[in-house]
Design a protein around this ligand. Structure first.
Ligand SMILES: *[C@@H]1O[C@H](CO)[C@@H](O)[C@H](O)[C@H]1NC(C)=O
Ligand SMILES: *[C@@H]1O[C@H](CO)[C@@H](O)[C@H](O)[C@H]1NC(C)=O
Ligand SMILES: *[C@@H]1O[C@H](CO)[C@@H](O)[C@H](O)[C@H]1NC(C)=O
Ligand SMILES: *[C@@H]1O[C@H](CO)[C@@H](O)[C@H](O)[C@H]1NC(C)=O
Ligand SMILES: *[C@@H]1O[C@H](CO)[C@@H](O)[C@H](O)[C@H]1NC(C)=O
Ligand SMILES: [Ca+2]
Length: 527
């Protein structure tokens, strides 16, 4: 019975689509065991899991209620948008509902009553999860498509944004870009960001309603017109740098820059016919799970890969605890047809006894020492098992040895410390006068100037004399007529030319005596 089941399961990968299963129970000469494959979740309608934000505030129509007309009927302005009336409101959520037959529901902006100030709106879609597009993004506009818009994407949950595609009825005028079509791209330019005029020209608002981001056309460059040769696409996704990332997003943003004009210039006397109305945004894609999961579920408001291969994380982007004997790797589509799982391995299992705590993928046997040692330890580690920190780094005592960030840079101040090594708590060895964990401070009675130097003057023991002021503990700024490190010398007593009577009258007894001493030393006065 078990054998039969195993046999059935073993045949599954052939029966199902590509990369659908992560593992199967197979029988070999050594008995039954698991076999592992690269796997990915099915494509889904991503609009069901998205959160949307429309900017700027007040761009949605209906507050206050407003009348609008259409390009077909520009003088019959009987339509009304009223946010307080559910039948007449057009909130953003209507871009993601399922359309009943024939009756489109849509988000709508205010009209262009502020013309010639531009009518700008941003629609931002966020998944809080990286997803890989598998089909075209299709945006449906009621009452005409924008004459200028832009699609942007983010790969880091909205922290940074990159242009994805430009759309205009005149690309040169709007973006100073030549108009191109995705169909004309080649294998070397499949991930080019371009400007297209295909979706922005006026053809009547009922006829062509959609604006596309053409994922299929780009896939077709590798997989052929009907996407029959997916093997070639998967091979390219592994080998062409940046191609996989090109189809990966965490967020999308439509920047609507100029509404439909009805094929003419803007008619100032009837601005109620210019606005945006979006009835649907279709995004088809799959969760990015790095080929370590074939299921992705919606939990606590976010999509989450159900990781296999002893990986973990939202995108299966790291190894599970105790499975870090080599560094984490994404699964691979290659070799065809089942790919490589690149599973995480239990500590100690990968190379006999040589544990590298996930900081190295390779071990090497050193003949004359008769030891196996890890090669090219990463993450600033070193040692036979990558168990020590490189010089200039120290161990984070609260992190596990297999943590990528276990070694912290010492960061010793170059000028204040003797060398760039530190002790186990991150303390550097300081030069004379310097202090602090990183030797970037000075001890009391020292001042910082490209290193620590003993104070020349201060407010306590090394007081500047004769009304001099102490400048940053480095020197005394002396009044006219005085010199010396602490302004203790009257110039008059050193050089008779400097005498004008007043300064010497103010000289203290101490400085007079000091002056006398100097003069005596120089042989001027014979006591
Ligand atoms: C839309 O987003 C862009 C950044 O992607 C920003 O520069 C621009 O100000 C936003 N426009 C509006 C109307 O919020
Ligand atoms: C995003 O997803 C992560 C991981 O599932 C979760 O911890 C976090 O709370 C989510 N953030 C938001 C804003 O939903
Ligand atoms: C993951 O670890 C379990 C033990 O907890 C093991 O049975 C299984 O074979 C491992 N899977 C892979 C893909 O290495
Ligand atoms: C040390 O590791 C712990 C646990 O991983 C982490 O929370 C902490 O931020 C790390 N400390 C430093 C200084 O990096
Ligand atoms: C590291 O040096 C600091 C300062 O000299 C000292 O307080 C600390 O105890 C030292 N830590 C260890 C583990 O030696
Ligand atoms: Ca709708």
């Amino acid at each position: 019975m078990l054998y039969l089941l195993a046999l059935l399961l073993h045949r599954l990968p052939l029966a199902m689509g590509q990369y659908d299963i992560c593992k199967s129970w197979v029988t070999t000469d050594d008995g039954p065991s698991w076999e592992f494959y690269a796997c990915q979740p099915k494509a889904m309608r991503m609009k069901d899991y998205v959160t949307v934000r429309v900017d700027p505030a007040g761009i949605t129509c209906g507050d206050p209620p407003e009348r609008f007309c259409t390009h077909e009927n520009p003088y019959l302005c009987s339509d009304e948008c009223d946010a307080s009336n559910p039948d007449l409101a057009h909130p953003p959520k209507l871009m993601f509902d399922s359309e009943d037959e024939g009756l489109a529901t849509y988000w709508q902006s205010v009209t262009w009553r502020r013309y010639p100030e531009p009518l700008l709106a941003n629609i931002t879609l966020s998944w809080n999860k990286s997803i890989e597009l598998t089909d075209d993004i299709v945006i449906t506009f009621e009452y005409g498509r924008p004459t200028i818009m832009m699609l942007e994407k983010s790969l880091d949950n909205g922290r940074t944004w990159h242009p994805y595609q430009y759309y205009a009825d005149d690309c040169m005028e709007a973006f100073s870009m030549p108009a191109r079509r995705v169909r004309d791209l080649s294998t070397t330019s499949a991930n080019r960001v371009l400007c297209t005029e295909e979706y922005s020209r006026w053809v009547g608002s009922k006829k062509e309603k959609t604006v596309r981001f053409e994922v299929r056309d780009r896939f077709a460059i590798f997989a052929g017109p009907d996407l029959k040769n997916m093997d070639n696409l998967y091979t390219r996704l592994e080998s062409a740098k940046g191609l996989k990332d090109f189809f990966t997003v965490t967020d999308l943003r439509m920047r609507l820059l100029r509404p439909a004009l009805g094929g003419t210039y803007v008619q100032r006397e009837n601005l109620y016919k210019y606005f945006y109305a979006v009835s649907n945004i279709e995004v088809t894609g799959r969760c990015k799970c790095n080929l370590h999961a074939n299921l992705c579920t919606f939990k606590e408001g976010s999509l989450q890969c159900e990781c296999e291969h002893n990986t973990t994380g939202q995108d299966c982007g790291k190894c599970k605890k105790n499975f870090r004997s080599r560094s984490w790797r994404a699964g691979s589509y290659l070799p065809l047809p089942n790919g490589s799982p690149n599973a995480c391995a239990a500590a100690g299992s990968a190379f006999g006894n040589c544990e590298c705590y996930g900081h190295s993928n390779r071990c090497s046997y050193i003949d004359f020492l008769n030891v196996v040692t890890c090669v090219s330890c990463k993450h600033n580690t070193r040692g036979q098992h990558c168990q020590h920190c490189r010089l200039g780094f120290y161990r984070n005592s609260s992190a596990e040895l297999d943590d990528e960030n276990v070694c912290i840079e010492c960061n010793c101040n170059q000028i204040g410390s003797l060398h760039d090594r530190c002790n186990e708590t991150g303390y550097c060895e300081c030069k004379e006068g310097a202090t602090g964990p990183k030797c970037d401070d000075c001890l009391p009675n020292y001042y910082w100037r490209q290193g620590c130097f003993p104070n020349v003057c201060d407010e306590e023991l090394l007081l500047c004399q004769n009304g001099g002021t102490c400048y940053q503990n480095q020197r005394c700024v002396c009044p006219v007529g005085f010199k010396g490190v602490l302004c203790q010398q009257s110039r008059c007593e050193v050089d008779k030319k400097d005498c004008d009577g007043a300064p010497s009258a103010r000289a203290s007894l101490g400085t007079v005596l000091l002056g006398v001493l100097v003069l005596q030393l120089c042989g001027f006065v014979d006591l």
